[in-house]
Design a protein around this ligand. Structure first.
Ligand SMILES: [Zn+2]
Length: 403
């Protein structure tokens, strides 16, 4: 293993000037040393020294592929994108979704690893260790090429110490993920809430690239939001910021796993959609869903409802439209609290966008306080199923490339 080298490179990048130059090469490259000096206002010798280090550590390569302004082609600098890889892990309720990206955040390979039912703390840690070991492969993906591992974990995360403080889907507290994985793999590990990594991924490589103030809302088994304010993820005092799944939408609504009634996620998350469908079908509503699950109503989940809606089932279309209205109330609350440029929705439920959006937009239009509030764009995640995992890679990238 050559991990000492990796850690050394990481320390090296801690310099702000280096990170700034590296990011300029990433965004504007291929670019000449002279243009870097001009754009950063650093002196040419400073730029030359830093560039030399970046070339020595193989993060940057010289190329002559740039446009010549007549005469000899200038020597330009480009990111050595495939020299290093990053592993991003999205820890869901049932599986780990893992992606390997290069330094441009481009996916090289993806992996899925199931998580056993009712895992204890050791199960979670061991599943992660085993899953990550399976990714590293001496031929294609040697461990020494990896500069770090980013983890997007559902629930409340202490990002500073890399601890999952509360993972509601597993009913587990205080899982020291960073400590275990750094010891096992001897490289940087960063841990963040999955809705925040999704937002970070969209901010770097997706639908949030042009905006400083965005909100990413992850709608799956639960609902969480990543709040990006002035280009920075906002955590609040105790990492609770963005727990919009537990804002109250209906005082007399269904009981939530948190103990309260009528939380947003009891009305609009995947399990809530399934529960409402089952309840109404038991009361005799006609629907295609019965055929899809062969009469076994307990097999209904959000994906089944979406499938039936796509086949034109009125009951499911109405159900998703109603879900969109509930989401619209939650999003209006976010708009009035944070006034983002745009809200990006991702997660499994967001796949039913075509049936949700009408309810979302009508609700925001009728409830928004001002014309700007009413017109806040709501868009689907560009990075889709891998948004949280790619965003987890960005946790590592942002250590190297200062924006
Ligand atoms: Zn709740």
């Amino acid at each position: 293993m050559n991990t000492k080298y990796t850690r050394g490179s990481f320390q090296l990048m801690k310099s702000i000037n280096r990170a700034m130059i590296l990011n300029m090469i990433r965004v504007d490259g291929p670019i000449s040393r002279a243009d870097i000096a001009k754009n950063t206002q650093l002196t040419p010798p400073t730029v030359s020294n830093i560039v030399k280090e970046l070339i020595d550590t193989e993060f940057v390569v010289e190329t002559t592929q740039g446009k010549s302004k007549g005469g000899r082609k200038p020597t330009l600098l480009a990111i050595n994108a495939n020299r290093f890889y990053i592993l991003g892990v999205d820890v869901g309720r049932y599986k780990l979704n893992m992606v390997v990206t290069n330094l441009y955040g481009e996916i090289q390979q993806t992996f899925e690893v199931p998580i056993k039912e009712r895992p204890n703390q050791d199960d979670i840690i061991n599943t992660m260790k085993e899953g990550i070991h399976q990714v590293f492969d001496p031929a294609d993906l040697p461990q020494k090429k990896f500069i770090g591992i980013g983890i997007g974990m559902h629930g409340i995360v202490d990002t500073e110490n890399g601890i999952s403080l509360f993972a509601p889907s597993f009913h587990l507290h205080n899982i020291p993920i960073k400590e275990h994985l750094e010891k096992e793999f001897n490289m940087i590990v960063k841990v963040e809430n999955d809705a925040r990594t999704m937002t970070l991924g969209e901010s770097w490589f997706g639908n949030g690239n042009d905006a400083d103030n965005i909100v990413g809302v992850n709608v799956g088994h639960g609902i969480g939001a990543g709040l990006m304010i002035k280009g920075q993820l906002f955590h609040g005092e105790n990492s609770l910021a963005g727990e919009i799944g537990h804002v109250t939408i209906d005082l007399s609504g269904p009981k939530c796993t948190c103990g309260n009634y009528g939380c947003l996620q009891t009305l609009a998350a995947g399990p809530a959609i399934a529960e409402r469908a089952i309840k109404e079908l038991k009361a005799g509503k006609p629907s295609l869903v019965r055929d899809i699950v062969n009469g076994q109503l307990e097999k209904i989940d959000g994906a089944v409802v979406y499938e039936a809606a796509k086949q034109g089932d009125e009951f499911c279309i109405d159900l998703l439209n109603q879900t969109g209205r509930y989401l619209g109330i939650g999003l209006t609350n976010l708009i009035h609290t944070l006034n983002p440029k745009r809200i990006i929705i991702g997660g499994g439920v967001a796949k039913a966008e075509e049936f949700l959006m009408k309810g979302i937009e009508e609700t925001i239009l009728s409830r928004g306080l001002t014309a700007h509030a009413k017109e806040t764009p709501i868009v689907r995640s560009k990075l889709g199923d891998h948004a949280s995992a790619i965003g987890a890679c960005v946790l590592i990238l942002e250590e190297f490339f200062s924006r």
